[in-house]
Design a protein around this ligand. Structure first.
Ligand code: 13P
Ligand code: SF4
Length: 341
């Protein structure tokens, strides 16, 4: 088990000191024991640091590693009593809304998201007043109180499918304006949809600008992997020179799997680069390596602390809950998204 972990960790990081890996191993052992003791599962997002992304079967701690849609689906399938969410707060909230009978623990309650923080339920009500009858699609990167005012949710993976499932020509898409602009370009050729947008941005992906342009110039044969949340200007100025895609995290993984290219430039969160290196060790990934400070609040030590808190007074510090009536109202758009996916 230890050898498997070291092998995987090394392939994801491109090499790490043996002394550093040795420090991680006792924490991993303790986490694995506590998971068993409390019938807990760990769901881990691709933006986590490598030690949090390695699955239990590879000597790590995660029961499931995925993008936000994959994690939401995994949350509906588990028989565990506790879900420890290695991700950010809106993801842990979604897991709780889908499983209110389970205890959901987030190792750091400050793990937020600039998109989720950019819009409130009250602001959605005002947009709806200005655009009566227009369906509202909420990106999953929103808090429950915002989702409660919306018709359907979407993630980066199913946004196109969800939007197309509505008959209405006009659709309100909140809160990511860059993702909305990128989707609008795609819709221009495929549908007659018109998106009404909010002004939110991802503080990580909005930084992919001249840094990506310089990398494309220095590596003209590398293919581009851009997340929907990257500014539309960057997509336009780089994707007409280099081959590649703009899409979801899973589109990025699928694209690399199918491509015969050996070199890629990543326009997404830094540790997705580690995921890619671990999955495709024979390929090279060039990235400006911009990290999500919210995702990086989650660590092995804090994950262990959250598990240790179970059945103690400090469990409250980690527990994510959504109260009624928001719980029932936010369930409707999330469930509709899963049904349409
Ligand atoms: P995914 O839906 O691709 O997992 O993205 C989540 C996210 O936070 C993107 O910045
Ligand atoms: Fe939010 Fe951006 Fe971080 Fe994703 S990467 S959690 S959208 S701030």
């Amino acid at each position: 088990m230890k050898e498997n972990f070291i092998k995987k960790y090394t392939s994801m990081t491109g090499g790490a000191s043996a002394a550093y890996i040795e420090k991680l191993l006792p924490l991993i052992d303790e986490i694995r024991e506590l998971k068993k003791k409390h019938n807990a599962v760990i769901l881990s997002h691709y933006y986590m640091t490598p030690e949090l992304q390695i699955e239990e079967k590879e000597g790590g701690i995660a029961d499931f590693v995925g993008d936000s849609l994959g994690l939401s689906v995994a949350a509906t399938k588990t028989n565990a009593d506790y879900i420890v969410f290695c991700g950010v707060k809106f993801m842990a909230e979604t897991a709780y809304i889908l499983n209110p009978s389970k205890t959901v623990l987030l190792p750091d309650d400050n793990a937020g998201c600039s998109l989720a923080e950019s819009i409130t339920g009250e602001e959605v009500r005002k947009i709806k007043e200005k655009n009566p009858g227009v369906p509202v699609i909420a990106y999953i990167n929103t808090y429950a109180e915002t989702k409660a005012e919306c018709d359907v949710c979407c993630t980066s993976r199913n946004a196109v499918k969800i939007a197309k499932s509505f008959e209405s020509k006009n659709l309100i898409f909140i809160p990511d304006k860059f993702m909305g602009q990128n989707l609008a370009v795609k819709f221009k050729t495929e549908t007659d949809k018109n998106l009404i947008l909010w002004s939110g941005t991802c503080e990580v992906h909005e930084q992919f600008r001249t840094n990506i342009e310089s990398l494309t110039m220095a590596n003209p044969n590398a293919e581009l992997l851009l997340h929907w949340e990257v500014p539309q200007e960057t997509v336009e100025s780089t994707l007409n020179k280099n081959k590649g895609i703009v899409g979801s995290t899973s589109d990025i993984l699928n694209y690399v799997e199918k491509s015969s290219s050996k070199e890629f430039i990543l326009g997404s969160e830094c540790d997705l680069g580690a995921t890619l290196k671990g999955m495709f060790p024979e390929k090279q990934f060039i990235t400006p390596c911009i990290m999500c400070r919210h995702m990086k609040l989650i660590s092995l030590q804090k994950t262990l602390d959250a598990l240790k808190s179970i059945n103690t007074p400090s469990q409250q510090k980690y527990q994510i809950q959504v109260d009624e009536p928001i719980l029932s109202k936010a369930y409707i758009p999330i469930k509709l998204m899963l049904d349409l996916s």
